[in-house]
Design a protein around this ligand. Structure first.
Ligand SMILES: [Zn+2]
Length: 261
């Protein structure tokens, strides 16, 4: 799988995209534009025999507004950093919203996130702002202080998620570490979802770019959990086939200008 936005990309048409892509490719490897990842998920769910009209989407992503990708938004399981924060009660509530029809599925999107600004990681220029801000701000903030606070439960969880000796101040390792912790917490509670329906989980890292550029996604896991099971059946290879195919289609206008308004 390659890290390209689209075969139809015209050099210079989206200023800054090529430098950003080079940074993403160097630090995160294979990825797809956010839109292409969404289309890959739809194709994969259909190929698995699920009815796209009967998908309950649940997301465990950071509350940062940059992460509200349309295809990945639904029942919100996540807290700061994207770490599942709703506990057993929230997972059971989510499960109760799933269709009981045949061919229904719960699709869970579990991701940490990181900003990319040209050659740099950890900041991004957001819509309506003139200065870059940190991204993921919670994960970066957790590197500066590891004292837990009574009234800051989600931030406490972010602090607990990070292996400082491994991460140092490397933003790519920070995103990978928060994701891995999030995925483990998700796996711990996934049985509450798979009690009622098959579950497909896409895990990885959301890559937020400066206003005017498309966001990207670096997949790390793509698994199916059968109804009544909590054992994940990996089909990462299959996702890569879909992402490769979709990477070869042009970026849609709505992707190239998604952050402009
Ligand atoms: Zn964040």
């Amino acid at each position: 799988m390659v890290c390209l936005p689209a075969a139809g990309f015209v050099e210079g048409a989206v200023p800054g995209l090529e430098v950003t892509l080079e940074t993403i490719k160097r630090r995160f490897g294979a990825c797809a534009s956010a839109g292409a990842a969404g289309r890959a998920v739809d194709e994969a769910l259909s190929a698995l025999g699920f009815d796209l009209e009967k998908v309950l989407v649940a997301n465990s992503t950071c509350p940062d507004e940059l992460n509200r990708w349309e295809w990945a938004s639904g029942f919100n399981l996540g807290g700061l950093g994207g770490i599942p924060a709703v506990g057993k009660t929230g997972f059971k509530a989510c499960a109760s919203h799933a269709s009981s029809d045949e061919n229904a599925v719960i699709f869970v999107f579990c991701a940490s996130h990181v900003g990319v600004d040209g050659n740099d990681l950890g900041t991004v220029l957001r819509p309506k702002q003139s200065k870059r801000t940190t991204c993921c701000g919670a994960a970066i903030g957790s590197l500066k202080c590891d004292i837990l606070n009574d009234d800051d439960a989600q931030m406490n969880e972010v602090k607990l998620s990070i292996d400082r000796a491994r991460v140092g101040d490397d933003q790519a390792l920070l995103a990978e570490g928060v994701y891995e912790y999030s995925y483990r917490k998700l796996a711990h509670n996934i049985r509450y979802l798979s009690e009622v329906a098959p579950v497909v989980v896409l895990g990885g890292i959301q890559i937020n770019t400066n206003v005017g550029l498309p966001d990207f996604f670096a997949p790390r896991a793509f698994v199916l959990i059968d109804k009544g099971s909590d054992a994940a059946l990996p089909f990462q290879d299959k996702l890569e086939v879909y992402l490769d195919k979709l990477n070869a289609s042009p970026i849609k206008d709505d992707e190239a200008s998604q952050d402009e308004d």
